[in-house]
Design a binder for this molecule. Sequence first.
Ligand code: C2E
Ligand code: CA
Length: 696
Amino acid sequence: MNVYDSRPHILVVDDEPLLRTLLAKGLESQDYLVAEAADGEQAIAACAEQSFDLVLMDVSMPVMDGFTAGARISQQWPHLPIIMLTGFDDIESVNNAFESGATDFITKPINLPLLWQRVRYALRSTSALKLSHAYHDQNTACRLARLGFWQLNTRSGQLNWSKDAHELIGLSQVPEKVQDLFSLLTEDQIQKMTALFMDSINNGSTLDTEIVVGQGQDLRYIRVMADNALDPHIISGAFQDITEQRTTEQQIAHLAEHDALTGLPKRRLLLSQLQERMNQHPPAPKWLVAAIDIHRLQRINDALGSDAGDQLLIMIAQRLTRILPRPRLLGRLEDDCFLVALPLGVAEEHCMEWLRSVLSPLEEPWLLGEQQVTLNFKVGVAIQDKENQADQLLQAAVRTQTTIISNGRMTLLANTTLPYEDQSANLLLESQLHGALEQDQFFLLYQPQQRLEDTCIVSVEALARWQHPEEGVISPDRFIPLLENMGLMPEFAEWVLRRACRQALQWQAEGNPLTIAVNISASQFADPQMVDTFVAICREEGCPPSLLEIEVTESMAMTNPLKAIEHFNALRANGFRIAIDDFGVGYSSIEYLLHFPHDVLKIDRKFVNGVVECAGSRAIVRAVTTFCDTMKITCLAEGVESARQRDYLDALGVGTIQGYLLSRPINAGEITQFIRRLHDTRYAKPEEPQTHADSI
Ligand code: C2E
Ligand code: CA
C-alpha cells in the first residue's frame, strides 16, 4: 500500500473467495483501496500491519469467527468502524454483532447498492472523528509548543488572536488594536515592528522577529512570524512564547561565565569587568589585583570530604563578599584560588599592610558543621602600572602567588618581577637558558661577610649571575624563577655547588680559609635526595663540607618544618654549616627557630633598613641577637648600607654584617684583593673599612 494514497482503506474479511473478490472489486470500482482476509485471525493480523478506515466482516468463518475477531479489533482499535455481514436476519445475530463492536450490519445476500451507501456513511463518520482528533492533536501540539496565531488588518489596525493567546503572552487580555500592542513595547521595538509591518505590506516580505513583553517575573520573550496573506491588507501568522528557551540560554551563558559553586565570575568575565573599569574616564586610582590561594585545601577535602571543601569555598566567597570594600571585583579562578581587584585605597607603599588588614578576617576560624578549621592563604599581589592591561595584572598576581612558600595564616607577596609585557621576553630568555649552562654563561660573584668584633672577612655569600650574550648581566631574581619553572634547577644548582667547592679550595690553598654561603632554591630543598647530592658533589670535588654554608630561607624551612629539621640534621651530620636566610620576612616566630638546628641567622634587610629610625626594628634585632647569644649561633645582618646602621647593629649585638657598606658582590679575584686591602689598612692605621659601594 502506498502511504501517500489518500483513498479510504477497507479490509474485506470473508472465507468465501468468490464473495470476497466480488466485494473487493466492487469497492475498488467505488474508488476505495481494498485488502482481503480469509478469517478472523488474518483480519486481526492485517489490522496490526496496516491502517484501515473500515472493516467489512463476515460472521461465520473457520479458524476465528467474525464476532470474536470484531470484538478483538474494536478493543484494540476502538475508532475503526466494523460492518458485520450477518448471514441471518434474526435479532439475536444483530445483537451479537453490536456486542462484538460492530458499528453497522448488513445481511446476506448482500444488496450491493445498500452496502455502498452504508460504507459511505460509515466512512463519513470516521473522517469527522478523524478531523476532531486532528483538531485536538493540533491544539495539544500548539499548547505544548506554546504556539498561537494572530492576524492584523492593516486598514483597521484590528488584531485577531487564536484561543488562549493572552495566556501565552502573559496578559489578562490580548491587545485588540495594533496601538494596544505597541503600548506594551519599548520605543526600539515599536520602530522595528512598524518597519517590518510596512515591509510586509509593501513588498510582501515574510516577518520574523522577537519581542519582549512584560517585566520581572512576568517577562515574556515572544517570537512573531507572519506572511502576507492572500488579502494584501491582512498580515497573518504565528507567534510563540520562547521565554523558557531564552531563559535557559541566559542560564547557560551565566553558567559559562560564573562559577557554579560560588556564583562568582570566572576568569574571563572578571577580566573583561576589570578591563572595562581600567578604561574608565576619568581613570580611577591604580588597581590592585590579588590572587588568593587557599593553601592545601586538598587536606580539608581528604580529611572531611569534598562536600566540606565545597562548603568552605562557598563560605570564603561569602566572607570575601562581605569584607571587601566597594568598589571591587571578585571572582573564582581555579579550585582553590580567588581573585580580587580593588582600586588602591592608600598610597602604594602602604598597600600591602592595607590589603593585609582588609583580608585579615579570612584568618579567623571557619566552622564546618561541628568542626572548626583554620586556613592558610597565599596572596600574590600585582599593582597596575600605567601600561598594564587587565590580563597582565591578573597573570602577574597569579604568578606571584605560585612563587609563595606559605607559612603562617596569611603570606602576602607583591609582584616584583618585570612588568608582564615582558612575557614574550621571558619566553625568549627561557629558550636561551637551555644553552646557558652548556655555554658556560653563568658565573658567581661573592659578597664579603665581616665579623664586627675584629673586622675580619670570615665568609662570603655566592651570588649567581648570567652573562647573557646580548642583554649583558642578568640578575638571579629574573632567571632563577625561570629555571625553577623549566625544571632546570638541578643542573644549575649542581654547577653552583661545584663552582663554590672549587673556589673554597682555592682560597684555602691561598691561605684564606673562607666559608662560602650558597643559596638553595625551594625545589632543591624539597628534594629528598638533596643531602646525598651535596655530599657526593663535595666528595667528588674534594672539598670539606665545613667550607660550605647552606642558606635556606625561613619560608622554605617553614613549608614543611619536620622535613626541614631532618635535612638540617643530615647536613650538619655531614659537616655543612646552615644559615637561615631572610629571617623575619616569613613572619614565623623565634620559638620556631629553636627547633631548627642552624649556625647562622641572617636578619633580613627590612629590619636593617629600619634600625636607625624605627624602635620596632631595633627591638626585633635585639630579640634576635639575644636568641643567637643564648643558642651560640652567629647573628648576621644583611643589606647594611651605612656606617650608622652598622654602629646600631653592633650596639644591638649583631656579630657579622654583609652589605654595600662593605662591598657589592664582586668576583673571586676582587675578594682576594679586598681582603688583602682590608688587612693592610687594618694594620697600617685603624680606620673605617673602605666602601666598595661603586665597585660593580
Ligand atoms: P638573597 O639571598 O637575599 O641575596 C642577597 C641579595 O641582596 C643579593 O641580590 C645582593 O646583591 C643584595 N644585596 C647585598 N647587599 C645589599 C645592600 O646593602 N643593599 C641592597 N639593596 N641589596 C644588597 P642578588 O645577588 O641579586 O640575589 C638575589 C637573590 O637571588 C638572592 O637573594 C638569592 O635568593 C637568589 N640567588 C642568588 N644566587 C643564587 C644561587 O646561586 N642559587 C639560588 N638558588 N638562588 C640564588
Ligand atoms: Ca642569601
